[in-house]
Design a protein around this ligand. Structure first.
Ligand SMILES: *Cc1c(COP(=O)(O)O)cnc(C)c1O
Length: 364
């Protein structure tokens, strides 16, 4: 069987796939309402929050757009803390809707520096919100969100977090870390197909929402909240994906959040040590290397495209390349969601065979 080891979409357990064969039900009926209320409560547990949580029919990016348009007005100053492709995407969304984006960029492969964030907030007292990626999937780096949050809250700013590839896999206590809007996506650590974005909204975010003037219709949190009171979503939801989420949340709560986080840490450590023992080096420093995706440098003559092609053709293993300026320079192994040590052992065993076939160690 093919092994999909990219950082989303990720493989789904057979039980989750089976749950998707269920017949459609009325989305304004009692049965769907019960499912929606149950999964919303369960999501709050895994978000570690008392805040409102909404399930939107969208990929993760739709959730990011919802976070922006529900809390900001055109002309608002926002600080974009960016460490890679997805940090840039969140900034681009804010820019597109008329926010005045103040960029604070860090080298790709490094984590954000909290002192630099402090300086930027001191230098620009009018900043309203800080945009940050918890886990930067393009570089395999996890930001120290707890420390970033302390700084952002010292200045009493709104904190909008892209946690699409971390929530449910890496610890993110939304309330303890005072995150105002947090966005995740079903196809990352949740063992569910693409199609749902899940977002949490704090009381402070709701305050901003009441005065936020960016145009919004489909994403309007007020509509989501009013419909959820009736056990509904404003628009027809991706029901089948909600059924999948219902099953996956049951499995996740059975394993327990602490165990899930520990499993991701173990599997990530195995991945990092494994690629290093093959003679490769990691893009990210150990202190902030991600537990959901590992970025590996293409060193010693390694042709990443060729390696990925052979891995797929000969070993049925799919891994990711680098994005944008990192194309050809790194490859990425996804290890989030439905993954254990045995899956990674197989990838490492295949890599050992394929690396020399793809030029690695060829003298460069
Ligand atoms: C995957 C991902 C996104 C984009 O999500 P889509 O579901 O493709 O819209 C955004 N941010 C991060 C950190 C991601 O990993």
């Amino acid at each position: 069987m093919e092994q999909l080891r990219i950082p989303g979409p990720t493989p789904c357990p057979p039980e989750v796939l089976q749950s998707m064969t269920k017949q459609m039900i009325g989305h304004r009926g009692k049965e769907f309402g019960q499912i929606l209320n149950k999964v919303t409560q369960q999501l709050k547990q895994l978000f570690q929050t008392q805040n409102d949580v909404f399930i939107l029919t969208a990929s993760g990016t739709g959730g990011l757009e919802a976070a922006v348009v529900n809390t900001l007005s055109p002309g608002d100053k926002v600080l974009s803390v960016s460490i890679g492709v997805f940090g840039e995407r969140l900034a681009a969304i804010a820019q597109e809707f008329g926010a005045e984006v103040i960029p604070l960029r860090f080298e790709w492969g490094k984590a954000a520096d909290t002192d630099a964030i402090t300086k930027a907030l001191e230098a620009n007292p009018e900043i309203k919100a800080v945009l940050v990626t918890h886990n930067e999937t393009s570089t395999g780096v996890t930001n120290d969100l707890a420390s970033i949050s302390l700084v952002v809250k010292k200045f009493d700013k709104l904190l909008l977090v892209d946690a699409i590839s971390s929530l449910g896999s890496i610890n993110l206590p939304v309330d303890d870390w005072q995150c105002d809007v947090v966005v995740t996506g079903s196809q990352k650590g949740w063992m569910v197909p693409p199609g749902l974005a899940m977002v949490s909204v704090s009381p402070k975010a709701w305050q901003s929402h009441t005065v936020a003037k960016m145009p919004r219709f489909y994403w309007d949190f007020t509509k989501a909240k009013n419909y959820l009171k009736k056990g509904q979503t404003p628009w027809t939801p991706a029901e089948t994906t909600v059924f999948a989420l219902e099953k996956s949340l049951e499995m996740m709560l059975e394993e327990g959040l602490t165990n899930i986080i520990a499993r991701h840490a173990r599997v990530a450590e195995l991945t990092r040590e494994g690629v290093k023992s093959l003679g490769l080096s990691l893009l990210a420093n150990k202190s902030y290397a991600s537990n959901t995706v590992t970025a590996v440098r293409a060193s010693q003559g390694l042709d990443v495209d060729k390696m990925r092609r052979i891995l797929e053709e000969d070993h049925q293993i799919i891994i990711a390349g680098g994005q944008q300026t990192l194309a050809g320079k790194i490859f990425r192994i996804g290890h989030l969601g439905w993954v254990n040590e045995a899956d990674i052992e197989k990838v490492l065993a295949a890599l050992k065979i394929v690396l020399p076939q793809a030029g690695f160690g060829g003298g460069k």
